[in-house]
Each structure stands twice: as C-alpha cells, then as structure tokens.
Design a protein around this ligand. Structure first.
Ligand SMILES: Cc1ncc(COP(=O)(O)O)c(C=O)c1O
Length: 294
C-alpha cells in the first residue's frame, strides 16, 4: 500500500497520499481531517454521485447544495459565493464525468472566506486543470478506485491526497482506529485501510492510466464526430480543462425515447453503462436530461 501511495502521490504531484477503503471514506476522512463536523456547513453540488453528499452527512456536517455550470456539469462558483453562511467551512468541488471544475475562482472564494477547498476526484483520475493534475490544487482531494473508475481496483478502494502535512497525519490516524501509534488512539477513528491486494493491482494499473485516458479522449472525439448531426448537447471541454471522459454524457429532450430506442437495438442499460469504454468503443452513451437543483 505504501508503494502505491508514493507512486500515486508522485503521479498527482502532491506530497501526501493516504489509501483508504473507498471513495466515500476518502471524502469523509478528508472532511474529518480538516476538522469539519457538526454545526458546519459544506457547499457542494446537487448534481453528483450521492456519495459526495452522504460523506458530508457522515462527517456530521450539513450539505448545502448549489447548481452546476450547464455545459461542464461542474460547480458554479457564483452559486457557491451566494450560498456561503457564517457556518460554511468547506467547498467540495466535484470533477464530474472526468471534467475538472473551475478551481481558480473557487480558490479565490475559499481564501476570501477562509474555507477549505476539497476536490472530489472520484471520476477524474489524471484530469488536468490549467496543466495541473486534479487532486493537487485544493487543500485536500478524494479519489475512488471502485472498479468502474478510470483507475479502478478489483474491489473497493480510495485515497486522500493533500499538500498539508497536518491534515495527512490526522487522516492517517483516522483511517486506522485513530491510532497515533500502534494501540494508542489519539482520535475516534475508523477501520478504513486500502486493502494490500487492491493496492498491488492499482500499482500495475496506474502504469496504464495515461494511455487509457488518451484512448478515452480519442473515443470521445470520435463520438463527437459521429454524433454532431444529431443536434444533441454533446460534452464540451472548457479551455482550462484536460478531460478524462469517465463518462460521455449528452443532453437531449428526447431522453426516454432515445433510451428506449437504444434498448430495442440491444444497446442494453443506457443509463448505467455510461463509460466510453477502452475495451468496447461502442459502449452505449448515457442520455441525461438537464438536472438543476431545486
Ligand atoms: C463523484 C463521486 N464521489 C464519491 C464517490 C464514492 O466512491 P466509492 O463508490 O468508491 O465509495 C463516487 C462513486 O461513484 C463518485 O462518483
């Protein structure tokens, strides 16, 4: 596990990487490592995997959900600013579908209001924001290695990356019973170690991540070429972004009809087989309707 942690830290260009049992635990322990708990509010997006929000609740904090940018599907910095209250302690930016959130304005907001900036990188291993890898920009970042992810283990796994030594130390204690040293608990902790077997698998798969991400980009470009005549809203890539296309998501008013058509043509499960797979470039597309927060 330590070898994988060191290799992934080097890949992301962060000084500290701590393996944990899942991406949900990674978000949870990132927040706990920052000292966030009851009475605190954490701003994130309504449009994300439910695990982002669950982790905030598990930390004891209150999630405050804001809207996303309609083209990149990532958090809208103006909406964040409007949602800040005296109880706000952190912003969780989700790099959804593999597209990096616009981190620079978020950093400015975080600095102005003395908030922590957390990156949820569960869907964006290897993506870059203005040339820098996601996971190395915010105060702390959470990764998932669930098998379907761009970097997936053969079971569950997760990791926290941070440039803050004190946060890294607290997270290391928290992931193993709060142990400051063996059998001495300094904090109420968890059992959330990254399994050694998964870490060994991840070490091998990390060597292929760049090639796989490049293939995903190539497949996405091909989808873009083929789907241009449909008039659907295809994925856009912001100038600041190097996308890793965890999912290839389109918007269409005719979602249900399209899904049904795909189903009839044997393109099974259009809603839950979303990846432009590196194994099968004809993997169905995830058809989505525009989602906004209530
Ligand atoms: C954006 C996001 N955050 C967190 C998670 C949680 O990761 P895990 O399933 O490894 O707990 C996921 C998983 O789907 C995710 O997509």
């Amino acid at each position: 596990m330590e070898a994988f942690e060191a290799e992934f830290a080097a890949y992301c260009a962060v000084p500290h990487a701590i393996g944990v049992a899942s991406g949900t635990d990674a978000v949870l322990l990132a927040l706990k490592g920052l000292g966030i708990g009851t009475a605190d509010e954490v701003i994130t997006v309504a449009h994300t995997a439910v695990a982002t929000v669950t982790a905030i609740e598990l930390a004891g904090a209150t999630p405050v959900l804001v809207d996303i940018d309609p083209l990149t599907y990532t958090i809208d910095p103006a909406a964040v600013e409007a949602a800040i209250s005296p109880r706000t302690k952190a912003i969780v930016a989700v790099h959804l579908y593999g597209h990096p959130a616009d981190l620079e304005p978020l950093q400015a907001i975080a600095q102005r209001h003395k908030l922590a900036l957390v990156e949820d990188c569960a869907q964006a291993h290897g993506a870059k924001y203005k040339g820098q890898r996601v996971g190395s920009i915010g105060d702390v970042a959470a990764f998932s290695f669930y098998p379907t992810k761009n970097l997936g283990a053969m079971g569950d796994g997760g990791l926290i990356a941070t440039r803050h030594a004190d946060v890294a130390e607290r997270v290391r204690w928290l992931r193993q019973y709060g142990w400051q040293e063996r059998y001495i608990s300094a904090l109420s902790g968890y059992n959330s170690r990254l399994d050694e077997l998964q870490a060994a698998i991840l070490r091998v798969k990390l060597t292929a991540l760049e090639t796989n991400n490049a293939q995903r980009r190539a497949h996405a470009a091909e989808y873009g070429r083929l789907l241009a005549p449909t008039g659907w809203q295809l994925p856009t890539v912001a100038p600041h972004a190097e996308h890793v296309f965890h999912l290839y998501v389109i918007q269409t008013e005719g979602r249900d009809a399209l899904a049904e058509k795909l189903r009839q043509q044997g393109w099974a499960r259009p809603f839950i087989t979303p990846s432009p797979s590196i194994c099968n470039p004809l993997t169905p597309i995830w058809a989505t309707k525009w989602a906004v927060c209530p």
